[in-house]
Design a protein around this ligand. Sequence first.
Ligand code: PHE
Length: 349
Amino acid sequence: MNLFDQLDTTENQALEEISRATGPEILQQLETNYLSRKGILRGFFGQMAALPDEQKPQAGEAINRLKKVIEEKITEQRKILAAAPQTRLPEGFFDISLPGFEKVTGSFHPVYRTMQELSAIFVRLGFNIAYGPEIETEFYNFTALNIPLDHPSRDAFDTFYLSDSSVSNTGRLLLRSHTSPVQVRIMEKTKPPLQVIVPGKVFRPDTPGPSRFPMFHQIEGLMVDENVSFANLKGILSLFIREFFGSETRMRFRPSFFPFTEPSAEVDISCVICGGTGDRCPVCRGEGWLEILGAGMVHPKVFEAVNYDSEKYTGFAFGLGVERMAMLKYSINDIRLFTENHLKFLEQF
Ligand code: PHE
């Protein structure tokens, strides 16, 4: 800040402090702070030396003017205090007529709220909630999920690795890139039947953009029992979609590929903005459909990795992005808004 700006700031501050002074001792103290031989204004005179010659007279004048303003304000405040001693409240005085302090109450973050809403729907459909670690091993994040060693998602460009060296035979440590490793952790510990969802954070080294952020949230779903079929997957997801997006929302399955499900599908819903007409719609780009999640029947290789009898048991799994759900439901057009934490944005939810 240059000297003249500093003078302005000091002026505002001094006038404010003086007008708030409730007793002569406080005024005395302020006078010392600002005007004494070691006071703030003295310091400004010191700074003048560093100014170009042609600015010196102007600066000297400004400092002298400020000195006068402060002196006058202190005198004025002394008079006010002297004339109205009753404004000095007795020790311990409590004015019960003053308005109270407004309590600013916080609220849940929209991502957390959406995660709660989504989870509540699945809980009503019979799912339990489970959690897994955000720091994973290559084994759980990839190998046990039948993701081959040369799969591009294992690349350091697509996964945050925490170490170069492997941890015994479970591979390197990494930040999980999806919630699917928790499928494996749960099945290792539990025998079928099971029906769980796993909400949590996932991490991918993406450059932040309107629809990309290096950290986001997913909810994984997993149901395993005898005779669990693709029809069960469709039934659960269609109930879920109607519940979350509204009964007019339609759903479609598109064939897709994931190494840990077979068959695999991507699930679209009719566009929440144009209602599926696609008519000049910027959100679905005229498609009428929006992709919301990946799903499929658990691959026998995954069952093998957890010692489940794949002749006896079948199951489905799905994974959805929580931010994406919130963005579609509340028409939020930039994923970065969730982490900028501006109150103007957060207060809307
Ligand atoms: N894990 C997949 C992803 O992050 C989503 C998925 C989960 C697909 C479960 C199928 C089954 O993209």
